[in-house]
Structures are given as structure tokens and as C-alpha cells.
Design a protein around this ligand. Sequence first.
Ligand code: ATR
Length: 276
Amino acid sequence: MLGYQFGLVGYPIGHSLSPWIHQQFLEQYKMDGTYELFEITPKDNFSQKLSNLKESGVNGFNVTVPYKETVLNFLDKIDESAEQIGAVNTIHCENGKWVGYNTDGIGFVRSLEYEYPELTQRKSSQILIIGAGGAAKGIYHGLMRHGYTNITIANRTLKKAVLITENDQSVLNLEEAADQLSSFDVIIQTTSVGMKPNIDQTVLSLQGLNSYTIVCDIVYQPLLTKFLQEAKLQGASIHFGHTMLLFQAQAAFEIWTKKNPDMTELASRLQLLLEG
Ligand code: ATR
């Protein structure tokens, strides 16, 4: 019998770390399987490419930029949380039917609670999400699902934040957020600001931050972003972006195989890989 067939649909995906991560999971369970890159370019016929994939007998695959929304039209069923987020990053193929899930936000929350388990007892922590794009939306719903009740979104364009929270009490512009930093226990940076090559940029200044605050950045290239460097200078705890990548993959692998890979050493091994 052939082993598991997994993969990734997106464009461009040549530098994706997902094949490495899923290979580690397969090896952990000594499972026979592959995780391939199914790159679909904007010039390709997306629908045709997906039909080919269905015929190939793939067991499950991840979906990344720019297809997380487009792929909704090709599913037989959508999990409730993916529906709420309006985007899918994981598809499970069961008896010829495709079911869509979104593990991005849940992956972030798992990574955060793994590193800071005390948060699981503090669901009323004051949380600030910076940014209101797809990543922010997934994380917002992931936190809500895990029972966190006090979540504020700060964004340059206020109305995009309101679209996520569905109320204008829990949103701030970036200046207001910078002024109120000391009232947050957890701050999550979800914009692409600070990503290579713009490593000297930060979305807002962290002056005035409390040292008990946990500061997260979902950017992982570089791992220690300027934002995280500033947080460290203020004495705060930090949380690296590559862990979200690992835990969203863990949640996908669990959907496909019902196995829950051990993450003990993977974060430091991925860190070494990223640091070259
Ligand atoms: P993704 O889907 O990966 O989260 P996105 O949808 O492009 O990415 O969202 C990017 C987020 O980063 C948005 O919240 C964007 O702010 P706007 O809604 O005002 O556009 C934010 N962002 C990007 N560049 C920014 C910058 N230079 N300063 C502040 N916010 C920025």
C-alpha cells in the first residue's frame, strides 16, 4: 500500500518550510508518506489543477497564499471555524470528499500556550492584536475559541479591525495602541512590517511597555525582529513567529492522521534551520 500523500498548494512556495516540518512528523511515527509542493501559478487553470490533485488520491493538503479563499469554492464541506474566518489552510480528503479547515489561528494559540502555559489559567488576560489582515482574523477567532475574552485589535485602517471584532469598542488606531501599551498582558504583531528585507522597521514603538507583557511577532524572517528586540529591551517576554508555523502544521497533521506530534525539540531545530 502507498503511504500517506500530503502536500501544499500555493504560489510561490519553493521556499516553504512545510515539507520539512511534516517530514519530521512522519518520521516521529515511522509513517510512510510524502509531502509535496503543488505549485499553481496565476497562469495555470486552478480548477483543472485541483481536479488532478483529487484524482491523484492525495490524503490531505495545505493551502497558502494566494488561494486560501479561492479554494472555498472547491470544497464539499467547511469546518465551522474556517467558515467564520472565511479562509482555509488545510484540506482533508475523506472518501473522495474534501473538507476544509483553518489551523492558522489555532496554531498560533497552541504555540503561545505551549510556551506560556500559565495563560491557560488567565483567559481574561488583556490581549492586543496589531494588524487586521487574514492572519489577524485567524488569530482573533483562534483566541476566542480558546476562551480568551478581552481582545483588542489595533490597525492603521480602523474599519478593517471593526470588520473582525464586529464592534467598535475593541478597536484602536496605532497611535492609541502605542499610548495604551502598558494595559496589555499579551501583544501580537501580525503585520508584515519588519520582515526581510525591511528589518529596521517596526509597526509601532514599544516605549512604555510593562516587563510582564508577552510580546509576539508572527514574522519569522528574521526570527528576532526589531519589534521583538525592542520588547526585550523593555524587559518583556518574547514569542517567536516560527512556532506558529509549527503548531498550525501539527493541527493539520492531527486532522489528517489523528496523531498529535510531540513538539519538544522541533522549535529549536526549526530555529537552527532558519538561522542557516
Ligand atoms: P495577511 O493576510 O498576511 O495577514 P494582509 O491581509 O496583507 O496580510 O494584512 C496586512 C496587515 O498589515 C493589515 O492590517 C495592514 O494594515 P491596513 O489594514 O491598514 O492595510 C497591515 N500593514 C501592512 N503594512 C503596514 C504598515 N507599513 N504600517 C501599518 N500597518 C501595515
